[in-house]
Design a protein around this ligand. Structure first.
Ligand code: NAP
Length: 252
């Protein structure tokens, strides 16, 4: 006997989601898309996500804003208890660029804390709450092409994003049997604040565009649908995947 298909496989109606770094860029697009799919969305970040909350409300959705600064990687330790979340999108991230020979300990620690340590301990706090309620849920981590490749002049970012892929897999191994789907999206080159320096460097911009089969930079909205899918019942048998959404970059 096969398991019943969910009645609305791509719907997030009745679900409560928390998206980190939702005030701008990819996190903002994901928050808007989760709300459009029916979730009630908390937009968490180191400053208020007023623009995102207003966009969701204007579209008839439900959203709120929460201040969490992941410079403290344990910032979300008390966020989930009794709050009813079943979707977590770990999106907040920073990047620091310098030649590896010149890279500072401060730039190493800042990126590792925000992009990897905070991601793990936020997932841990979310998972513990689901265990306490004996409920399933979905975690979508935002990885990177630099979860697979080395990159240039971004050593702590590359180390952290390789770590995000590893953490996604270990949490999937431990939590899949508890009906918690842990997966990641590896965005390609997306036009946000994170990549402004690359787009302003004419030589790097040209080289990047030449390698993208789709022939253009990605837009934050290009990532959002995959996040909705991974949080939805349609993805219930996907565990530990790191899915590239990259205009074909990794196929080259
Ligand atoms: P972005 O516009 O700079 O967004 C980063 C988000 O993270 C912002 O909301 C930012 O808040 C938040 N954030 C940074 N430090 C934080 C902290 N200490 N506490 C709480 N929130 C913090 O860049 P993005 O491209 O959308 O990046 C989103 C994610 O996608 C990141 O994990 C990034 O590594 C990943 N990614 C991006 C690309 C790309 O091409 N753009 C490719 C692969 C992966 P503030 O506005 O306050 O800084």
């Amino acid at each position: 006997m096969t398991a019943a298909q969910p009645a609305a496989p791509f719907s997030l109606a009745g679900r409560k989601a928390l998206v980190t770094g939702a005030n701008a860029g990819i996190g903002q697009a994901i928050a808007v898309a989760l709300a459009a799919a029916g979730a009630s969305v908390t937009c968490a970040g180191r400053r208020a996500s007023d623009e995102t909350v207003a966009a969701i409300a204007a579209a008839g959705g439900s959203a709120g804003s929460l201040i969490l600064d992941f410079a403290d990687p344990m910032a979300a330790r008390d966020t989930f208890a009794g709050a009813g979340y079943t979707i977590l999108v770990n999106n907040a991230g920073i990047i620091r660029r310098a030649d590896s020979a010149d890279f500072t300990e401060a730039d190493w620690d800042a990126v590792m804390d925000t992009n990897l340590k905070a991601l793990f301990f936020t997932a841990q706090a979310f998972g513990r709450e689901l265990f306490a309620r004996d409920e399933g849920g979905s975690i979508v981590n935002i990885a990177s092409l630099l979860s697979f490749q080395g990159g240039i002049r971004v050593p702590s970012y590359t180390a952290a994003k390789h770590g995000v892929a590893g953490v996604t897999k270990i949490l999937a191994n431990e939590w899949a049997a508890k009906n918690i789907n842990v997966n990641a999206i590896a965005p390609g080159y997306i036009a946000t604040a994170n990549t402004e320096a690359l787009r302003e460097d004419t030589a790097r911009n040209t080289a990047i565009l030449e390698r993208i089969p789709a022939g253009r930079w990605g837009d934050p909205q290009d990532i959002a649908g995959t996040a909705v899918f991974l949080a939805s019942p349609a993805a219930r048998y996907i565990h530990g995947a790191v899915i590239p959404v990259d205009g074909g970059w990794l196929a080259r």
